[in-house]
Design a protein around this ligand. Structure first.
Ligand code: ADP
Ligand code: MG
Length: 242
């Protein structure tokens, strides 16, 4: 579903990604972790073309992001993205947040978009809040709305960038529960997160990044079950967060 091939990226003269390669297969859940500043957000943003890259190639469902002939808005609309900060439109109700892009980007009718949006809102357990504004919801609820909004676009893959790290601790669980449920339903997911409980429970593979490089890319069982085989940097990182 996602193929990242030898991707390198520079901000000016600073190389932020160096020769990154990995694949995410259909139905696979891949967790990306690593120290702050290691390039995790940049890597995940290249996948839906929010960040350009200078070398390498990325294919999403076989379509090359760097190809000038690719319809980027269309491709992007099929890649759901959930950020650390929920980025809901504050002046729109929950239902309006859920329907806007469906109407504007996918060309759905308002009724169709509303039906789809409310179905996804129900899925994240927030139907009772459909007419509220984001400011009236807790951080955890806002993040669940953001997930429902992404799902309303019928994404073929979901990207998460530290979706729980801006939340108060008591709200982390409700967001992870939604992500676990999605994973168990077979959604293809690439998740930047330091929630190793989530990684252990539902991920298939774990990628560890450091200084713009993918240092580890292995099956979950190998990553957690065989710590002695990990690189010194991954070991050090794991010892701090586990
Ligand atoms: P992570 O998500 O792992 O914390 P990022 O991908 O956000 O890392 O950032 C990787 C590196 O790139 C950091 O050193 C950061 O300071 C730098 N960086 C990120 N965005 C920009 C930008 N727009 N311009 C210049 N440098 C950037
Ligand atoms: Mg980041």
């Amino acid at each position: 579903m996602i193929e990242i091939k030898n991707v390198s990226k520079w901000y000016g003269s600073f190389q932020v990604l160096t020769d990154c390669s990995t694949t995410v297969n259909k139905g696979e859940v891949v967790v990306v972790c690593g120290p702050s500043g290691s390039g995790k957000s940049t890597l995940i943003k290249t996948v839906n073309a929010l960040e350009p890259f200078q070398q390498g190639e990325i294919l999403v469902d076989g379509v090359s992001i760097g190809d000038p002939k690719t319809n980027l808005p269309k491709l992007r609309s099929r890649v759901g993205m959930v950020f650390q900060h929920f980025e809901l439109f504050p002046h729109l109700s929950v239902t309006e947040n859920l329907t806007l892009a469906q109407v504007k980007v996918l060309g759905r009718s308002k009724d169709e978009a509303r039906a789809r949006g409310l179905k996804m809102l129900d899925r994240v357990g927030l139907m009772a809040h459909k007419d509220k504004f984001p400011g009236q919801l807790s951080g955890g609820q806002q993040q669940r709305v953001a997930i429902a909004r992404a799902l309303s676009m019928d994404p073929i893959v979901m990207l998460f960038d530290e979706p729980t790290s801006a939340l108060d601790p008591e709200m982390v669980g409700e967001v992870l529960d939604v992500m676990v449920q999605l994973a168990q339903e077979g959604m293809t997911m690439m998740c930047v997160t330091h929630e190793m409980g989530f990684a252990r429970k539902v991920s298939h593979r774990v990628i560890f990044m450091d200084q713009g490089k993918i240092i580890e890319d292995c099956k979950k069982e190998e990553f957690f079950g065989n710590p002695e085989a990990r690189s010194p940097r991954a070991k050090d990182f794991l010892s701090k967060i586990l």
